[in-house]
Design a protein around this ligand. Structure first.
Ligand code: MN
Length: 228
């Protein structure tokens, strides 16, 4: 049996040092996971229950490709984030087993139509139009945990046209990687191929066409994207 239309191509991420690709199933994103960012967005940085939204696998931009400025927004923001990739999943994963499900890590950007997201917040509507538009998830190559372990500290920063805009440390994550995995697995059945974008440190701000974005996380690598 065939398909009645041509199936869309499967989304994937390159793996550093490999010719093989990591196939992407879902993309979960955590909100307000660094206190300084929660404060800059006008929220209390208390350790409330984490909350999540999703992007779609085909939102990914890989291989250092360009980020096309999306339509219907005048205020597109950068959010540099640690991306966690799962090699396996399950339901109700115990905290102590969570890291055993991680394949590797990457540097990612949760690009956001901030003006449309703000409208959604005001009206109590879902965030998709602010968050899950095409090309909204530029992502660097995956680095296997088998090579680098599970980084829980180290600088995370983003430069725009060479100027430092966002800066934080992985040790500032309010909800740590094992906690995110364990919590999410109580809400969804996590599977191999799932990505988790772990939230952004302070310093989010607008991008413009022509900007060069350069993200970095210690021990994981770099991400470059040009806004076009
Ligand atoms: Mn984000």
């Amino acid at each position: 049996m065939g398909y009645v239309i041509t199936p869309p191509p499967a989304a994937s991420l390159p793996v550093r040092g490999s010719q093989d690709l990591f196939p992407v199933h879902r993309i979960y994103c955590v909100g307000r996971n660094y206190a300084a960012h929660a404060i800059e967005m006008g929220h209390d940085p208390d350790r409330d229950e984490p909350f999540f939204f999703q992007k779609n696998p085909d939102c990914l931009v890989t291989g250092g490709g360009a980020f096309p400025y999306p339509p219907r927004s005048e205020d597109v923001h950068h959010e540099i984030e640690l991306v966690v990739a799962l090699a396996s999943g399950g339901r109700d994963i115990p905290l102590g087993e969570a890291l055993g499900h991680v394949y590797g890590y990457a540097v990612g950007l949760d690009m956001t139509r901030r003006d449309l997201q703000a409208d959604c917040k005001k009206m109590g509507r879902p965030w998709e139009i602010g968050k899950a538009f095409e090309n909204s998830a530029p992502c660097g190559d995956l680095v296997p945990a088998a090579e680098i372990g599970h980084p829980d500290q180290g600088a995370i920063w983003l430069k725009v046209n060479g100027e430092l805009r966002q800066q934080g440390d992985l040790n500032q994550l309010i909800w740590k990687v094992p906690e995110m995995i364990s919590y999410l697995s109580g809400l969804f059945e996590l599977t191999a191929g799932d990505l988790i974008m772990s939230g952004t440190p302070a310093g989010v701000g607008p991008v413009a066409r022509g900007d060069d974005l350069h993200g970095h996380i210690d021990g994981i690598g770099e991400l470059a994207a040009k806004v076009v």
